[in-house]
Each structure stands twice: as structure tokens, then as C-alpha cells.
Design a protein around this ligand. Sequence first.
Ligand code: DSN
Length: 424
Amino acid sequence: MKLSKTDPKIYGLIKKEIQRQKDGLVLIPSENYASPAALSCMGTPLSNKYSEGYPYKRYYGGNEFIDQIETIARDRAKKLFKAQHANVQPHSGSQANAAVYLALLNYGDKILGIDLSAGGHLTHGSKVNFSGKLYNFSYYGVDPKTEKVDLKEVEKIALRFKPKLIIVSTTSYSRTLDFKGFGRIADKVGAYLMADIAHIAGLVATGFHPHPFPYCDVVTTTTHKTLRGPRGGLILCKIKDRFDLKGKYNLAEKIDRAVFPGMQGGPLDHVIAAKAVCFLEAMKPDFKKYQKQILMNAKAMADEFKKQGIKVISGGTDNHLMVIDISPFGIDSKRIQDELDKVGIYVNRNAIPFDKRSSYNPSGIRLGSPAVTTRKFKEKECREVVRLIVKLVKNIGNAAVKNQIKKEVKKLLKKFPIYEDFQW
Ligand code: DSN
């Protein structure tokens, strides 16, 4: 029985959402278009299987093929990220981070994380998140002038706070992360070092961003942002626990035990198969070219915003994203996001460093190039898109301008179709 017959409502909405993605200009830096090959793994009966445990050590029968799939996914992840150990089971980036805390810390232990408004993530210690409720967080931010992380400041805070874990990460930070510098600080204070590379995983895998190993003990990521795979999480780590060399479990075992049975039950085998496909795709030469273009496109966008007189936080970008300060326009960021939605341009509002506004309606907009680069946009088109955004912001409420921009977006996307060979 076809879905269109069984549940026409859900069928219709899925169809509309697919069309929205095809007809939309996605500038949300954490979104991308996974390949039809990766997508095809997810709508399969692999979803039916229970496989609690790890390959060849399961709690359920019938895992002969699932074992092989997970082993391939783990091996590919290790190869792609030059990691000693990989756990491909976390359902998401948040769960990957939670598992790391569970593996390395006791509740109430001290973690030094990055402040949300400086570019951090909810799971890096936000007060409204489990991380901020269960662990004792202190935060580093960015320098008020440069709007970049200042390692001297991080070191001062770390020496004073004496965390057991330091997190180096980004969700809306557009600058290169200095894993080596953070490693020196972690060594000095005797802390584990964890990198959350969810946003920059594709850049790291292809050598366009410095590698977190050997400086970090553990690395977490998602698989669906610059990595362009299925929605999911991944943990990479060293095998030895340098602070517990004689312990019952090594670091890799602690991570595995924290994911299962510590945090999760049955893994999502259909997603793990898609992760395996994504890792294979990410090892191909074309993926490297794609990452290089992501960087060139983001630079062009940041440059064009500056040319148009819009402030880009920290003055530019070294990666795939940027945050612009729209406070001088005196228009709510939520309104700008909503108006952009209406012309088919998707962005997300975001706090800027030292933001005085609420996180629901902050002063910034975050944008990135991964999805439009998948559509094969080059610098020229990225600059054009920026000019359309600025035009809309400067003419907010002007219906004629809005209609004109909507037409321009449509015209542009027609030249760069996506998912033409995706059958659903
Ligand atoms: N929500 C993701 C992002 O947009 O960066 C992080 O979880």
C-alpha cells in the first residue's frame, strides 16, 4: 500500500516539504541536502531492527547484516577523521555531547565551555539545557574588540576555574578553532579536551580546517551539516584515557558504555547505514572540491555584506558561516527572518556577542554556504543572494520590492536545481 493511499495528509505534507527544499534558498549553515544514496538508506526496513550493543556483541538475534553495516560505518569514520576509535550510534549531536560528559565526568563536575552568544551550543552549558543543569559550567567568550576567542583569556579562566573538561566548539563562530592552543591550556590545568566539530566536520575531514587530533581526547560531530550526510551524531576518540591509565575501562570503552547502555537503547540502524554512505562520499575527491567552494562562497558572502555596509561579526569568516549584525536597522531579527521566508530565502536569527536582546529575538542573523554550494552556486551567485537580502532588509514592508526579490530567487534557483534524480 502506498503512503499516498494510507495517509494522504502526511504524504501531501512530505511532498510539499520536499518541494519547499527544492524551491528554497537555504542559507541556514547547519542544513544541507544529503545525497539520494544516503537518503535511500533511511526509508528502509533497517528501521525495524533492534541491535542494542555493538557489532558482534548484541543483545538480540538476527544482527548478521547490521553488524557488518555498523562495522563498515565505524571503519570509514575512523579513516575519514584519522581517529583511533569511532562510535556511530549517537542519534544526534546533543546526545553525542551528553554521552561524552557521562563518560568522563560525575554530575556537578566542572566544565569550561563557550558562551552561547559567543558562538556556543545549548549543550555547551546553557542554563536551560541538561548540560547547564547537571554540570558546573564556566564560560569563555570572545574579545569585545576583535569578537574572536582570545586564548590568553581562556587560559586565565581555566587556571582560575580548574575544569575537568574543556570544550572547544562552534555553532555560530566563524573563525578557525585553535585546537593546539586549547590543548596546551588543557594540559596545563589537567583537563580533558573535547572538540565539537558539528559545523566544520566536512572542512576538517578534507583538511580545510586544522584537525582536532592529536590535541583533543574526544571529538563529537553531527553528520548532516557540512558533512552532508543523514541527520545524526558521531563520537571519535583516542583509545587511552590519559587521566586514568590503570582504570577498568579505557577511553574508547568509556565512550561506548556511555552511549549504550548509558544514554541510548537501540541504535538507528537505517541511519547508521546512511552514515556509512556519507563517510564514503566524503572520502571522494569531489567532496574536497565541494568543501573548498563552501569556503570561497562564504568568503564572498561576508565580503559582499561588508561592501553593502552590513557588519559581519569578527570582520569576516574562515569557515562556512557568518553572523551579521542587523541591529542598526532597528528591525526585529525575527521579522527579517520571517520576511526572508516569504521570498524563499531561509536563514536563522542568532545572538551576536554581548547581545542585549533576548535569544528569541536577538540582534543577529546567521548564514552559511553549505547548502547553496551543494546546488553548485559559485561566488557570483552568493554575492547576488547577499544583495537580495540587503535589498529586502532596506525595503522591509515594501510589497513591490518583496515580489521582485521573490522572482529573482526563483529565477536563480531554476538555474541551479537540486534533487532532480531524487524519486519519492
Ligand atoms: N541547531 C544546530 C545549528 O543550527 O547549529 C545545532 O544543534
